[in-house]
Design a protein around this ligand. Structure first.
Ligand SMILES: NC(=O)c1ccc[n+]([C@@H]2O[C@H](COP(=O)([O-])OP(=O)(O)OC[C@H]3O[C@@H](n4cnc5c(N)ncnc54)[C@H](OP(=O)(O)O)[C@@H]3O)[C@@H](O)[C@H]2O)c1
Length: 171
C-alpha cells in the first residue's frame, strides 16, 4: 500500500468548514499549506475543488487530483478519479508526497486507508458553527510534534498551533 499524508485545519470541535467554505482567514496557515504541498500531489473531493475560487484553481505548482462519482466530470489541468484507492494507486511509483486535502467526506475515507502515515494538523483555537467535520482518531497511535504556534495579531483573529502526527508502526 502506498504511503500518503493528510493536511487539515480544524477548530476545537473538529469543525473544518461551513456552507462549502472555510470559517477563518489565517494567512500564516495558508502559507504553511502552500509551502508544504507545493510541488507535491494534492487529492481533494469535488466539493472542496468547487469551493476554491476559480482564479486559484487548480492550486498552482501542484498536481491537482479530484475525486467524484460523476463519470462526466472534468476540470482543466486536473486528474479525476472515481475512488480514492484508484487515485492513490496512480501515484504508486511517484516520488512526490501525496496529500489528502479534504474535505470532510474525503478525509473520512482517507482515515480508514492503511497507508495514511502522516498528518499535518492545524488546531484553530475556537469553536465555529461548522457543518463539516474531521473524524476523531486515536491519538495513541500517533507521535505528535508541534511545529508552529500563532498568537493573536493584526492578521490573525484566532490563535492556532500546528502539529505533525506520524503513525506509530505496529511492528
Ligand atoms: N479546514 C480545512 O482544512 C478544509 C480542507 C478542505 C475542505 N474544507 C471544507 O470542507 C468542506 C467540503 O467538504 P465536504 O465533506 O462537503 O466535501 P468533499 O469531501 O470536499 O467532497 C465530497 C464529494 O467527493 C466525492 N466523493 C465522496 N465520496 C466519494 C466516493 N466514495 N467515491 C467517489 N467520489 C466520492 C463526491 O463528489 P460528487 O458529488 O461530484 O460525486 C462528493 O460529493 C468545505 O466547507 C470546505 O471549505 C476544509
Amino acid at each position: 500500500m502506498i504511503g500518503f499524508s493528510l493536511i487539515v485545519a480544524m477548530d476545537n470541535n473538529h469543525g473544518i468548514g461551513k456552507n462549502n467554505d472555510l470559517m477563518w482567514h489565517l494567512p500564516r496557515d495558508m502559507r504553511f499549506f502552500k509551502s508544504t504541498t507545493e510541488n507535491q500531489v494534492v487529492i481533494m473531493g469535488r466539493k472542496n475543488y468547487d469551493s476554491i475560487p476559480e482564479k486559484y484553481r487548480p492550486l498552482s505548482n501542484r498536481q491537482n487530483v479530484i475525486i467524484t462519482r460523476n463519470k462526466l466530470f472534468n476540470a482543466p489541468n486536473c486528474l479525476v478519479f472515481h475512488t480514492l484507492d484508484e487515485a492513490l494507486n496512480h501515484f504508486v511509483n511517484d516520488d512526490r508526497e501525496i496529500f489528502i486535502i479534504g474535505g470532510g467526506e474525503i478525509y473520512k475515507i482517507a482515515m480508514n486507508i492503511e497507508g495514511l502515515d502522516k498528518m499535518y494538523i492545524t488546531n484553530v483555537n475556537g469553536v465555529f458553527n461548522a457543518d463539516t467535520f474531521f473524524p476523531s482518531f486515536d491519538k495513541s497511535s500517533w507521535n505528535q510534534e508541534e511545529i508552529m504556534s500563532q498568537e493573536l495579531d493584526d492578521k490573525h483573529n484566532y490563535t492556532f498551533k500546528t502539529y505533525i502526527y506520524t503513525k506509530i508502526s505496529d511492528k
